[in-house]
Design a protein around this ligand. Structure first.
Ligand code: 6MM
Ligand code: ZN
Length: 373
């Protein structure tokens, strides 16, 4: 029995949208789902108990960061990441590929792997398919991401072609050393913004029969329309009986479009990052809490939200905390934004099950104010 399995509950008859359940060794969770990001084994400012209370079924952590600090040997000695951070839900770990390319400096890519300098102390480090798999087996995450190269945007065709072919060879090397029966290894589709390379990447990875597939190389600064075009082209070629994960996405409008194209799993630093910048996410757009309009606004951040912040505090109080640089204000905004996304995905999933996803999407996009208020 594979460690990770997908159960289709309902396919929207008019679009690629679908509702399902993903089963993992640390529990099952409904899809579509948004995964809170806990890069360094902590969802910034949020406790595991609060993550459970808000309905989070799975969180994301990063091989790159934990490899550099505290090192995967220590986490293995602690009994794995679940024990180390006291989180008993599912965990997905990204493989380090993206982070090396977006954070590491002076990196050198060869067929073997990537040599780079640690952003923490500048020491020379090496990551490869084998090292990434060893780290993720030490961490004991339920879903392990293959070690890939996230092709930067823009990239010329020849570079994208060579890089995608190497990502396929790296995926094969990951598969050969990922021996844990309790962990599921997902392949990551690359191909840049070239449809023929995306098709080749899908075909080569599907040939290896992974328990799930991520669409990589997107949300890397490209225009949203181009992201959707690549998504549309890629997802329709992926197996229907396996989870699809769109990496690094995203804002509510991108989540709706991603679901419409058949994506089941999402992650993004956006909700906690904008929270730390003093911004609340709502159904109608973002609220910049420092704005004077909230000075004596004694309503909750969002009417009808059941999160700890909305049940106990007002916009006026949170505005005060943010302006006074009180950490509690940022914590309240993180709790609200993460709960908002859980509610958002739940409502979207219900609309698919009740065959009214098209109406949900139209209503949301008509009312969503893309800019921050
Ligand atoms: C580094 C940080 C915080 O993550 C955000 C954000 O910056 C930033 C940086 O540039 C923008 C686009 C503005 O957003 O891109 C991140 C969200 N997009 C994204 N995450 C990804 C993770 C990935 N992991 C792997 N292994 N492979 C991939 O192909 C991959 C692609 C991805 N795309
Ligand atoms: Zn709330």
């Amino acid at each position: 029995m594979p460690a990770i399995t997908y159960e289709l509950i309902k396919q929207d008859p008019a679009t690629g949208a679908r509702a399902g359940i993903i089963h993992t060794p640390h529990g099952s969770f409904p899809t579509p789902i948004f995964m809170p990001v806990g890069t360094q084994a902590s969802v910034k400012g949020v406790s595991p108990e609060e993550l459970h209370d808000m309905g989070a079924g799975i969180i994301l952590s990063n091989t790159y960061h934990l490899f550099l600090r505290p090192g995967s040997d220590l986490v293995r000695e602690a009994g794995g990441l679940h024990k180390f951070m006291n989180w008993d839900g599912a965990i997905l770990t990204d493989s380090g590929g993206f982070q090396v390319f977006s954070l590491g400096d002076l990196r050198k890519i060869t067929e073997e792997g990537v040599t780079f300098r640690s952003h923490i102390d500048g020491s020379k480090k090496f990551l490869s398919p084998e090292v990434s798999m060893k780290v993720q087996m030490d961490l004991g995450s339920d879903i392990v991401m293959a070690f890939d190269e996230c092709i930067p945007y823009p990239a010329d065709y020849d570079y994208a072609k060579a890089s995608t072919a190497r990502t396929t060879r790296w995926a094969q090397r990951c598969k050969e050393v990922m021996t844990s029966p309790h962990q599921g290894l997902f392949g990551i589709v690359q191909g840049g913004m070239y449809k023929d390379l995306r098709t080749r990447s899908v075909n080569e990875l599907v040939e290896m029969d992974f328990p799930g597939y991520a669409v990589g190389g997107l949300s890397v600064g490209e225009p949203k329309e181009l992201m959707y075009e690549m998504l549309d082209h890629t997802v329709e070629q992926l197996p229907k009986d396996k989870p699809r994960y769109l990496m690094g996405v995203g804002t509510p409008d991108c989540l709706v479009e991603g679901v419409m194209h058949g994506i089941d799993m999402f992650d993004c630093v956006f909700p906690t990052r904008v929270a730390r910048n003093g911004t609340a996410m709502t159904w109608n757009g973002r609220l910049v809490m420092k704005n004077a309009e909230f000075t004596s606004d004694f309503r909750p951040l969002e009417e009808g939200c059941d999160c700890y912040a909305c049940r106990n505090f007002s916009r006026a109080y949170i505005r005060h905390l943010v302006r006074a640089n009180e950490i509690f204000g940022l914590r309240l905004l993180s709790l609200h934004n993460l709960r908002f996304l859980q509610r958002f995905m739940h409502e979207m999933r219900q609309s698919i099950i009740e065959e009214r996803f098209g109406e949900f999407r139209r209503n949301f996009l008509d009312n969503y104010n893309y800019g921050a208020k």
